[in-house]
Design a protein around this ligand. Sequence first.
Ligand code: FAD
Length: 455
Amino acid sequence: MADLKIKTNSGTTASFQEEDLAELMMSLRGPLLRPEDAAYEPARHVYNGMFAGRHPGAILRARSTADVIDAVRFAANHDLVVAVRGGGHSVAGNSICDDGLIIDLTELNGIHLDRKAGTVRVQGGATWGDVDRETQAFGLATPGGVVSTTGIGGLTLNGGIGWLRNKHGLSCDNLVSAEVVTASGELITASAAENPDLFWALRGGGGNFGVVTSFEFKVHPVGPIVPAALVMYPLAEAANVLRKWRDWLPDAQEDITSNAIPFTVPVSEHMPPPVHGQQVLIIAGVYPGDVEEGLRLIQPLRELGTPLFDMSGPLPFRAMQSSFDFFFPLENPLISYWKSIYLNELGDDAIEILAEAANNRTSELSMINIVHLGKGVRSVGAKETAFGERTASFMISLDANWRDTTGDTARHAAWARSYWDRLNPLSTGGVYLNFVGAEDKDADKLVRSAFGAQL
Ligand SMILES: Cc1cc2nc3c(=O)[nH]c(=O)nc-3n(C[C@H](O)[C@H](O)[C@H](O)COP(=O)(O)OP(=O)(O)OC[C@H]3O[C@@H](n4cnc5c(N)ncnc54)[C@H](O)[C@@H]3O)c2cc1C
């Protein structure tokens, strides 16, 4: 077998013969995938097609905490370039690198629900779909993301904004403890009682503090049926509908979580044929409480204009959690460049810019995620966790997505950048690190924008 070659942090290449790997291979439960292995090719693919050309030196698919410890120690001993892969959804491509070692947690996805304690322990490579499957079987949930294939790892470590946020906070706010393999290969626990500084940092501070092999979250009674609004208005009416939505939010019942999303409805079996190909502004909302009461509370979201189509009603919470999955297929992936910004208010000036941005998208696959942030996010003190923005009322993500690989990156990315620039004077100056694209890698600037309140 050819020598295994992996890049080091000093830029050289470390070369390993079979005997150099013997001890590691004897211990591992998971495979060490090399470029010549059939399983290597599918394993190197991540969500963002922008990184389809990245080829790591090897992919170590961990099947246990001990595998992760051995992988980290091996990498540390040889000063190897490492990337940690959870769900693989990093829009900036942070979980895949050229020539380095990938510590792949995909198969580390066990879940243990402790109904008595009201907690769920989830291994570091699980997805939100995995978690919802186990917790919803008992009418419980912890706040995750809005796409079921996103990993719990990256999403939680950077915050975690989903359909339960206004009642139960961010994903990181529900973290009770974490098991972490440090850079020196030690396994430690982070919680309010043990290593509290690390626990603080893991809640919104990003994936830089070690490999989290398991997360323990609080769970809450949710559903399994929830009242949900999913109303499609014509995009041409976007400014009017957004103004009415914004005016309704302060009077809305505070547990309701709502997003406004301009996009083009794909021709998909998951979408009603009458709206296939239509440009719409979808107004979505979830009330994680009594169904009858919730339907009454979200009714105004259905009356912000004349809908093209209205899919609102009682919905299984898991269906809501995966209602946008079809848009982000794992096969035939999108190429994505996203840019996020926070606003204290959604003034008429911001709405005009957003409506223009929605109508001027350079790709039918691009969308804008306008996220209302309410009580659950604010009820945690600004300095209680590392998460950088607790007071803004809106987070906006300009999501440029496309599929053609004909060098159009600059055009689509310029759409996101130019409207981000237009919104910037109205913003808090912060960014949400889970929604940043590949070219925003001025690390110092990013850190200052994301953690302004903490510096
Ligand atoms: C289709 C799609 C939908 C999304 N929806 C939402 C949403 O609803 N809400 C939201 O807040 N965000 C959302 N995001 C953004 C998402 O939260 C981030 O991309 C997040 O980083 C993905 O986590 P991951 O584990 O899937 O990704 P990965 O690419 O595997 O990892 C992302 C980063 O986290 C690190 N990491 C992952 N797991 C671990 C671990 N166990 N220990 C240490 N480090 C780890 C990686 O090294 C990398 O730096 C979405 C992204 C996509 C592509």
